[in-house]
Design a protein around this ligand. Structure first.
Ligand SMILES: [Zn+2]
Length: 327
């Protein structure tokens, strides 16, 4: 995976530097291994790599400040550089994930793993939990997801009362009202939810309706017939479906007429496109940017009950799986 590193030759973090953000030292490393370690841990923002041995003042906890050639030394937070001809510094070019966002994402993922393995805790669902949050809420995450009865976020993430601030609408897209709800959440709760998850799902009926409305020729005939058995769509429903048009327009069929399998793949591409488009639009939102809320996408697989995370910046070197619990 390519990643642009901001490389500063002949510097280390030393002397007046804040060693509180020291993460770890890895000896006998190659530079490529050090980069990989930094990429795999979203808390690491930079590291220095020793070409020669040196002794620094300050970090007595790192073997009395002594460093050997091929030591890689990793840090979180803001870099602080000091001249040291024995080593070079490598900083990730992407914005680091905040500690709170990392923690929230880990908690959601662990909840999802409990759900998926059939070991749900149902924490924060009883009478005590109800009373605890009656006057005050500090949800850990916001979820924008489809209204579909098979994708309830509180169950899928094994969360309880007061844990999630949820906006649900068929097709999981953020129009003005949905965006306003999310803006409210990140501005008014203290601490603010550190992440927003845009969760779409396999075989989304809203996406399917958009495909039938805007590109009927490419839809498998059985689905068109099934769809037409329903009463004519209301103006409100037509308006909703119109907002999913870009997801269909941006996932053109590869050939005509489509086979059933190709059609299913195309619908799933539209589900993914719709998630990413809404992640991007929320990332561009001024209020959400100001609050430094991390926005991430998720696709729920109805057959397997699995979640696939994705991040539109992944192709620029940010690896979403690096944020997730390893056990
Ligand atoms: Zn849906």
């Amino acid at each position: 995976m390519d990643m642009d590193w901001i490389i500063t030759p002949n510097v280390a973090q030393y002397k007046k530097a804040d060693w509180k953000n020291f993460v770890k030292k890895v000896p006998n490393c190659t530079l490529e291994q050090a980069k990989q370690i930094a990429l795999d841990d979203p808390l690491i923002t930079f590291f220095f790599f020793c070409n020669e041995g040196m002794v620094l003042e300050g970090p007595v906890f790192v073997e009395h400040g002594a460093f050997k050639p091929d030591d890689a030394v990793f840090f979180s937070g803001e870099p602080w550089y000091g001249s040291a001809p024995q080593c070079d510094s490598y900083r990730k070019s992407e914005e680091p994930l905040s500690h709170d966002a990392y923690t929230a994402l880990q908690e959601l993922t662990k909840g999802y793993q409990r759900y998926h393995s059939g070991n749900m805790t149902h924490l924060n669902t009883g009478h005590d939990a109800m009373q605890k949050v009656a006057l005050h809420q500090t949800p850990k995450a916001c979820i924008l997801c489809c209204s579909d009865s098979r994708v309830p976020p509180e169950i899928i993430f094994d969360q309880g009362l007061g844990d999630l601030f949820v906006v649900r609408v068929a097709g999981n897209f953020a129009d003005e009202d949905d965006t306003a709800s999310l803006e409210y959440a990140v501005q008014h709760f203290d601490p603010a939810p550190a992440i927003i998850v845009v969760m779409g799902h396999e075989r989304c009926g809203a996406i399917q309706a958009a495909a039938i409305s805007f590109d009927e020729a490419s839809v498998c005939q059985k689905d068109v017939e099934d769809f037409k058995k329903h009463p004519k769509a209301s103006d409100n429903l037509n308006n909703l479906v119109r907002q999913l048009k870009p997801a269909i327009e941006n996932t053109k069929p590869t050939f005509q007429p489509e086979t059933d399998e190709k059609y299913k793949q195309r619908l799933d591409e539209a589900v993914r496109f719709n998630i990413i488009a809404n992640v991007n639009s929320l990332r561009d939102n001024e209020v959400i940017r100001e609050q430094k809320t991390f926005v991430i996408g998720a696709r729920y697989d109805l057959d397997l009950g699995e979640i696939e995370w994705f991040d539109p910046l992944a192709d620029q070197g940010r690896w979403i799986h690096a944020y997730l619990p390893t056990e």
